[in-house]
Design a protein around this ligand. Structure first.
Ligand code: ATR
Length: 270
């Protein structure tokens, strides 16, 4: 039995063990997957020990994604672009590869929803790790424009400059958001307090999709705001299952079906 785990702090409410166990049952893979609480500063010691004992892979969540990035012997291009690692994999030669599957999980969920990206106008809210992790995978879908709007405009502008070579990017504050987007993705931490970044309703274009990276039993404040402005809405539960599916694929070389696992989590959340 190959051994996997998720590490974070807090970790008690992580759904990853349940998700990966369901993927393994579905695809007939013989794995075990646990969760571990690690104290701040304890990540490197934990990861060294885990891999030394024959562990095959780790998922890494808050607050250890930067530690995991430094720990990896080699990074995938998307992990390097994200500057953060959510997936570690021990390779045959004993070295550890660092990947970031968050952005791919987001893009996969947008595809699942049937929300097109190519040639569309995208608005990203926020300029932290969640936006940075999503930028490259989103730009690879060749949208017409990605505008990053953040409470602190300078942070959005720096990100737009950094990724300027990868697509058509612009940036600014929340008070100068252009109108008429096809898709708005909320990656700001405002959602955690069930607040909405103060945006003009004109940002919501015709047939606009509004995606919140946060999820819960009920629509978030951002989703309620967007629905009132005429958008179709979705929360981030599908992104959670999507990033797990990308990690599972990296580790096992088999693509699980996200739909039944997503339905199961949704039912349990009600
Ligand atoms: P993450 O890694 O989840 O992206 P982060 O790096 O702490 O978290 O970034 C949080 C983002 O949410 C930031 O873009 C932050 O805006 P600032 O750069 O101005 O701090 C944004 N944010 C947090 N609280 C917010 C609020 N109440 N309204 C709008 N934006 C908020």
């Amino acid at each position: 039995t190959d051994s996997y785990a998720v590490v974070g702090n807090p970790i008690e409410h992580s759904r990853s063990p349940e998700i990966h166990t369901a993927f393994a049952a579905q695809t007939g893979q013989d794995i075990c997957y646990r969760k571990h609480l690690v104290e701040p500063g304890g990540f490197v010691a934990f990861a060294r020990d885990f891999f030394a004992r024959g562990g095959c892979g780790l998922n890494v969540t808050v607050p250890f994604k930067l530690d995991a990035c430094a720990f990896a012997d080699e990074l995938t291009p998307r992990a390097r672009a994200a500057g953060a690692v959510n997936t570690l994999m021990r390779r045959a030669d004993g070295t550890v590869l660092g990947d970031n599957t968050d952005g791919a999980g987001l893009v996969a969920d947008l595809h699942r929803l049937g929300w097109p990206l190519r040639g569309r106008r995208l608005l990203l809210l926020g300029a932290g790790g969640a936006v940075r992790g999503g930028l490259l995978p989103l730009l690879e879908e060749r949208p017409a424009l990605v505008h990053i709007a953040n409470r602190t405009a300078s942070k959005a502008e720096r990100l737009a400059e950094e990724f300027a070579g990868s697509g058509n990017l612009s940036a600014g504050g929340l008070d100068d958001v252009p109108p008429g987007f096809d898709l708005i993705i909320n990656a700001s931490a405002a959602s955690l307090a069930d607040e909405v970044p103060p945006l003009p309703a004109s940002a919501v274009g015709n047939h606009c999709g509004a995606y919140d990276m946060v999820y819960g039993p009920r629509p978030t404040a951002f989703m309620r705001w967007a629905a009132a402005a005429g958008a179709e809405t979705a929360d981030g539960l599908g992104m959670l299952v999507g990033q797990a599916a990308e990690s599972f694929y990296l580790w096992r070389g088999v693509r699980p079906d996200v739909a039944p696992v997503l339905e199961q989590l949704r039912r349990e959340m009600q």
